[in-house]
Design a protein. Structure first.
Ligand SMILES: [Zn+2]
Length: 398
C-alpha cells in the first residue's frame, strides 16, 4: 500500500505532498509524490498533516499512582500491571507508538502481551528493573537494607564488578531489551545528590560489557558532570536527565555519538505543581535547585549538535500521567528554542536511536508507525496533542 499525505513530517524533513510506500508493515520508500511510484492500495491522507508515531524514550510503565516512591512498592504487582496496561492504551491514544521503559517490574510482561496482540499498546522496549549501587538513586533509603536486598525496592542493588556482571546477565535472562543503570544520585532519592557520581569506572565497564555482548544498549541516569563522564567514558549509550552537562561532557558526546534524553517534562511538572501532588520535600528542593541548570544544559547540548531525544520520565500519577507525554515536545520548543520540526525529529527519528529496533521515523526499513494531527505543529506546537488517527505497522489502531 502507499500513503499520500498533505504535509508529511518524515522525522528528518517536511515534505509537502509527500508519499510513502508500506510493505509488510514497514516503509520501503519515502519522498515527493512525483518521485515515488504508487504500489498497492492507496491510503488517502492528502488533506492531512502526517507525522511518524511519537517515541517517549524515557518513561516508567509501572502503573504508579503516587509521587511518593514509598507508595510505588506498596501496591501489589497485579494492581501495578493492570494500571500499566491501561497506561499503555492511553499512550497509544496520544500517538506514542513506541516507548522505552527505563525501570519497572511489570513492563516486560506488558510488552509480551502487546507483542502477542492480546492487549493494545505501543511497541515497548524495557530495561526491567533498573540497577543501582547500595545507597544509590535506585535504593529506597528509608527502608531497612535487607528489605531492599530481598527485592522490595525499585531497583536491584549491586556492588563490585562480579555483581554487576551477574545482574546484567540476569536482565538478559529476564528478557530485557536494554540495561538501565544509575551513575549519579537523583531528585526523588532521599540521601544522595544529583551531583554525586555513583558506581566506579570498573563497575560501569562491567555492566556495559555484559549488556553489549548480548546486544542490549545501556542507559544511564546521570545528572551531575562526574557521573555523566563516568558513563560516557565507559561506553554507556544514552544519558538520561543530564542536569549539569559541561564542556568536557559535550566533547565526550561528540566522541562517542551518545544520545541525550533530558526529561524536561517531569522537571517542569515537579517544579510548577509538585507540592500539590505529594512530591516529598527533598524532591521539591532538589528539583528547584537544578531546574535552571537543566534547561540551560539542554540549550548548550543543542548548540553543540548532541542528538537530543524526547523522554518525559512520566510514571503514571496525575502530575506525570501517561497520555500527556507530548508536553516534552512543547517544552523543547517553548523553553529551549527548538523549531517545531526539530521537536518532531527529537520525538521520532532521534528518539528511535535509543532502542535496538527500526523505529522512530518514516524512512526505508523502519516500521510504518504514523499519525495524523488536527493541525500543523509549525503553526502551533500544541497540535502535537491533537492526534486524530494512529497507525502501527501500517494498520490503523486508533
Ligand atoms: Zn526515570
Amino acid at each position: 500500500m502507499y500513503v499520500d499525505c498533505g504535509t508529511l513530517f518524515s522525522g528528518h524533513e517536511v515534505i509537502e505532498g509527500g508519499r510513502f510506500v508500506v510493505e509488510d508493515g514497514r516503509v520501503t520508500a519515502v519522498g515527493d509524490r512525483e518521485e515515488i511510484d504508487p504500489d498497492g492500495d492507496q491510503i488517502d491522507l492528502s488533506d492531512e498533516v502526517v507525522t511518524p508515531g511519537f517515541v517517549d524514550a524515557h518513561l516508567h510503565l509501572k502503573g504508579a499512582r503516587s509521587m511518593d516512591p514509598m507508595q510505588w512498592i506498596a501496591g501489589t504487582t497485579a494492581e501495578d500491571a493492570a494500571r500499566a496496561v491501561a497506561d499503555a492504551e492511553t499512550l497509544l491514544d496520544a500517538g506514542f507508538t513506541t516507548v522505552r521503559d527505563v525501570g519497572s517490574d511489570v513492563a516486560i510482561g506488558v510488552r509480551n502481551a502487546i507483542d502477542a496482540g492480546e492487549i493494545d499498546g505501543p511497541r515497548v522496549f524495557t530495561s526491567g528493573l533498573s540497577v543501582s549501587q547500595t545507597g544509590g538513586h535506585g535504593d529506597l533509603h528509608m527502608l531497612p537494607l535487607e528489605w531492599v536486598e530481598d527485592g522490595a525496592g525499585i531497583s536491584t542493588l549491586v556492588d563490585g564488578t562480579d555483581e554487576c556482571r551477574r545482574v546484567a546477565r540476569e536482565r538478559h535472562r529476564d528478557g530485557a531489551d536494554l540495561l538501565k543503570i544509575m551513575t549519579t544520585g537523583g531528585v526523588l532519592s532521599e540521601k544522595d545528590s544529583p551531583r554525586e557520581a555513583q558506581f566506579t569506572d570498573e563497575e560501569v565497564t562491567a555492566l556495559v560489557e555484559e549488556a553489549h555482548r548480548v546486544g542490549m544498549p545501556v542507559a544511564s541516569h546521570a545528572q551531575g558532570a562526574p557521573g555523566i563522564k563516568r558513563a560516557l567514558e565507559n561506553g554507556v549509550d544514552t544519558i538520561e536527565h543530564g542536569f549539569h552537562i559541561d564542556e568536557a561532557c559535550l566533547d565526550l558526546f561528540a566522541e562517542t555519538g551518545a544520545t541525550f534524553v533530558p526529561t524536561l517534562a517531569i522537571m517542569h511538572r515537579i517544579v510548577t505543581r509538585g507540592e500539590e501532588h505529594g512530591v516529598p520535600d527533598h524532591g521539591l528542593r532538589k528539583a528547584r535547585n537544578a531546574r535552571e541548570a537543566h534547561f540551560e544544559a539542554v540549550e548548550r547540548a543543542k548548540d553543540a549538535g548532541v542528538p537530543i531525544a524526547t523522554g518525559t520520565d512520566f510514571i503514571g500519577p496525575e502530575l506525570v500521567a501517561h497520555g500527556e507525554n507530548a508536553l516534552e515536545l512543547e517544552l523543547l520548543v517553548e523553553e529551549v528554542g527548538f523549531t517545531p520540526t526539530e521537536a518532531v525529529a527529537a520525538a521520532t527519528s532521534v528518539a528511535g536511536r535509543t532502542v535496538p529496533d527500526d523505529v522512530g521515523g518514516l524512512a526505508a526499513g523502519n516500521y510504518a508507525d504514523f499519525l495524523t494531527l488536527g493541525g500543523d505543529p509549525r503553526d502551533d506546537i500544541g497540535n502535537v496533542r491533537d492526534v486524530t488517527a494512529v497507525y502501527k505497522g501500517g494498520e490503523e489502531v486508533r
